[in-house]
Every structure is written in structure tokens, then in C-alpha cells.
Ligand binder design. Sequence first.
Ligand SMILES: NC(=O)c1ccc[n+]([C@@H]2O[C@H](COP(=O)([O-])OP(=O)(O)OC[C@H]3O[C@@H](n4cnc5c(N)ncnc54)[C@H](OP(=O)(O)O)[C@@H]3O)[C@@H](O)[C@H]2O)c1
Length: 258
Amino acid sequence: MTHDKIAMFGTGHLASYVVPGLLRGVEPDRVLLSPRSLQTSRKLALQYDLEVAADNATLVERSTVVLLAVRPFQIEEACAGLPWREDQLVISLCAGVPLETLLNHIAGPRIVRSIPVTAAKFGASPTILFPDDMAAREVIGHWGPVVATDDEAQFESMAVAATFFGWLQKLTGVFHAEIVGSGVPNDSARLLVSQMMAAAGTAVREQPDIDIDDLVQDLCLPGSYTGHGLDVLLEANAFEPWKDAYEAVLAKANSTAD
Ligand SMILES: NC(=O)c1ccc[n+]([C@@H]2O[C@H](COP(=O)([O-])OP(=O)(O)OC[C@H]3O[C@@H](n4cnc5c(N)ncnc54)[C@H](OP(=O)(O)O)[C@@H]3O)[C@@H](O)[C@H]2O)c1
């Protein structure tokens, strides 16, 4: 029996995205699932030909890397009394749970924190990591580009930024509805708005030496439609609520971590 598995500890909503993401670069026989919750665990096992551990102790015993994805309040009960070892790496995906808290519940292994978004399933999740760790990068790199930091406060700020992922999809939906409403077929509109969102990201990523405001200004030539629409947005203070939303989530995250 091999003991070099990558364990998925907690098979809920997040696991149903990160497991297929992991399988983009890892053979199914290296992945071991925790038995709970039984329904998702069995579904994932059947869908991807994966093994389910008999119990959490077996899961930990047979693994070198453990992806921890239980709810924060479940960590203590889930992790207590398990056969943790010093040669293991635990990658906690639990949002808002500081390293210090994790160390109180998991004695022995090296522990890092990471937050992917569900686009991990498609290898497209910008995935944050604290602290930086080569072995962790090898695992989570299958989910998408890794953004690492050795500063836990920076990690929390970036974890909150992961909420943009949902908000940007909402915005994409608004444009999609407008375009469909003007008579464009659904699939054309969907391809257009999704790729436009990706194109905006690519333009920002690929021109790191140019200030983002300058990139926008470059599109707002006199008389341009982009500039005209941007004036309407600025007149309505349309970007302020986005900043308010970020700050509200950051404050909530900081108060939970206290
Ligand atoms: N969902 C996301 O998009 C997302 C994104 C970033 C980070 N996260 C983080 O990921 C973690 C999981 O979130 P989630 O949304 O996937 O929650 P979830 O759907 O509730 O999944 C948690 C899973 O852990 C299982 N579990 C609980 N106690 C266990 C135990 N003692 N042994 C084995 N398994 C146990 C639960 O089983 P039962 O159902 O039987 O309780 C459930 O299957 C959270 O800490 C969250 O902060 C989630």
C-alpha cells in the first residue's frame, strides 16, 4: 500500500472543483479522498476513478500532501488525534483561518495556506499561497498561476480580492443580458463577454510597466465610445461601491480572524 498520496480532506463544494483541477496534472491513483461527505466523495470517486479512504486516520497515514477543505469551525474536530507526520505538507484551503490556529490543531507537518477559486477546475484560478513553498506550488500550480507571499496580512488582502471572481461574473452577466436583449444570439454574446473579460485581464497582465489608469486612458481617445461610456460611469460614481464592497469584506475577514 502506497503512502505518497495527495489527500483531499473534506469533499464539499470546493473539492468538487479543485479535485478535477488537480487531475489536470496528477494521475488519479495519486489522489485519495476523505469519506465525508459521503455523497460528494462517492460522486467524485466514480466520476474520476479515485479511491476513497476508509476513515480520516487512513487518509492522513497514506498521504504526503493533505489538501484541507473543511469549514473553519470543523477543523478542530476533523484534525484532532490523526497520525500527522513531520514529512507531510498540509495545504489549508480554509478561508480566514490563520496559520497560528492551524498549528494549534495540526502538530507535525509543514502547513501552508492557499485560496483558489472554482476556476481551478479549468486550470484558470489565480491561486494565492502563504508562505511560499516549492512543494505546494507543484500541487496547486495545476489550478492556475500561483501568487505567493511570505506576509500573512498580504495573504488576507489577496484572499478578499478573490471575491472579485464572483462580482466580475455578475458584471459579465449584466453585459451578456444587454447584448442578448439587443438581438444577439445567446452563445455569441456569451463568448463575446467572457472573452472580453479575459482580454481585459490579459492586457493588464502583459503590460506590467504601464500604470493601469494609463492603459484605460489609452483606450479613451477623444470622441471614443469607451471614453463616452466611462464618463457615464464616473459621473454615477460607479466604481465607489466596488471599493466599498472590497473594504466591507476585508473588515469582516479581519474581525473573524481576531
Ligand atoms: N466553496 C468555495 O468556493 C471556497 C473557496 C475558497 C475557500 N473555501 C474554503 O474551503 C473550505 C470548504 O468549503 P466548502 O464550501 O467546500 O464547504 P463544504 O461544502 O461544507 O465542504 C466541507 C466538507 O468537509 C466535510 N467535513 C466536515 N467535517 C469533516 C470531518 N471531520 N472529516 C472529514 N470531512 C469533514 C464536510 O462533510 P459534511 O457535509 O458531512 O459536513 C464537507 O464535505 C472552507 O474552509 C472554505 O473557507 C471554499
